[in-house]
Design a protein around this ligand. Structure first.
Ligand code: NAP
Length: 345
């Protein structure tokens, strides 16, 4: 904390970007305070740990040659931030002690409800309307993958039953090798992820609700030319079949209403993401898809001086843990320089 109960930096969000910002800010003696968010069962601004908490095996995060589960990786991020005394807003006050997150915490992390970025120092409002003030704020609230919302889709995604919203994260896992897989969506992500999956799968069905892809022409053409890909036009998934592991999907034709079943060994949703920016209530410039706009794409600066943003909340393209972590680092360094320029110790 700087002085007069004003924090030097408040970080909102606890995915790879948020925890990395915390590690850098803490090591720079900025004594960061982090809002890590509530579990996803409750309506929240922040999903604690971010999207990796929904991932099973992570094989592409450098430094883990044997892979690591998403939740484990995030607990390592968190322990590293705690090691340098990052303070976490919780039910029981501010906790730096997360030495053994595997045991589960005996306290709940707090969500950030809203912010007032029109005043300086900034105001960050936590649960029960408790106000915190800060000279700088780093927003790393991420973006959540959109799901169709089917009961069995949610169940199998949560249990590692072959349903995922990230082909790049999960597609290369042995469980999907040489299987027939399905990707839902018609945008660039769907085409890109389906194309990626053709490296491992015996066949990939790209299931799209219309008769035309939204993806860029070149990517769409590449998909159509791929001998391992079959585009299934005018179909939506209306159920996911299988007990512990997906065995197939039930489809409905959007033109005729006819229902059919397709056997698949994996289902990947690529129907867009929703950035967690609603709590900002228009106080920062957003792009047309509601991602935070950076005023310099090389840095983490936003439309409000002293407010920095990092991770998937600014990135609709790469959306990787490693890119988010890199942006979290940049945001902490930018905040540190901002404070130094203003002479705030
Ligand atoms: P997107 O462009 O919004 O596409 C989402 C797709 O999902 C659309 O085809 C949409 O169908 C479909 N969809 C949405 N809700 C659905 C539902 N409930 N059931 C079935 N289908 C549904 O999202 P995106 O593909 O993630 O791309 C996001 C942005 O990132 C875009 O600007 C994209 O260009 C960019 N991006 C670029 C690259 C690249 O250049 N390499 C790669 C990935 C993403 P409709 O078409 O019918 O609306």
């Amino acid at each position: 904390m700087a002085s007069d109960n004003i924090e030097k930096v408040i970080i909102i969000g606890s995915g790879p970007a948020g925890w990395t910002a915390a590690i850098y800010a803490a090591r720079a003696n900025l004594d960061p305070l982090i809002f890590a968010g509530r579990p996803k069962s409750q309506p929240t601004t922040i999903l604690p740990g971010g999207q990796l908490m929904m991932t099973t095996e992570v094989e592409n995060y450098p430094g883990f040659p044997d892979g690591v589960t998403g939740p484990k990786l995030m607990s390592y991020f968190e322990q590293q931030a705690a090691r340098f005394n990052t303070r976490i807003v919780t039910d029981n006050g501010l906790h730096p002690d997360v030495s053994n997150p595997d045991d589960g915490h005996s306290y709940s992390y707090h969500d950030c409800q809203r912010v007032d970025l029109s005043v300086k120092p900034f105001v960050v409002i936590g649960e029960d309307d408790k106000e915190y003030r800060a000279h700088t704020v780093i927003i790393a609230t991420g973006a959540t993958a959109n799901w169709i919302g089917l009961e069995n889709e949610k169940r199998l995604a949560a249990s590692g039953g072959g349903v995922s919203a990230c082909a790049v994260c999960d597609g290369a896992l042995p469980v999907f090798r040489d299987k027939e897989l399905a990707v839902v969506g018609g945008g660039d992500s769907a085409v890109e992820e389906a194309t990626y999956l053709t490296k491992f799968a015996s066949k990939v069905y790209l299931i799209h609700r219309r008769d035309q892809l939204r993806a860029s022409k070149i990517m769409a053409q590449r998909a159509m030319d791929n001998p391992k890909m079959e585009i299934v036009w005018n179909k939506v998934v209306v159920d996911v079949l299988g007990d512990d592991m997906i065995s197939g999907i039930k489809l409905k034709d959007t033109v005729t209403g006819e229902e059919s079943t397709q056997t698949v060994g994996g289902l990947f949703m690529a129907i867009g993401h929703t950035p967690a920016t609603e709590f900002l209530q228009g106080q920062l410039d957003l792009d047309d898809k509601k991602y935070i706009k950076l005023d310099d794409s090389y840095r983490s600066t936003t439309s409000v001086d002293g407010v920095f943003a990092a991770g998937d909340v600014v990135d609709s393209v790469y959306r990787q843990a490693i890119t988010a972590a890199g942006m979290g680092c940049k945001a902490a360094l930018d905040a540190e320089r901002w404070l130094a320029d203003k002479g705030i110790e």
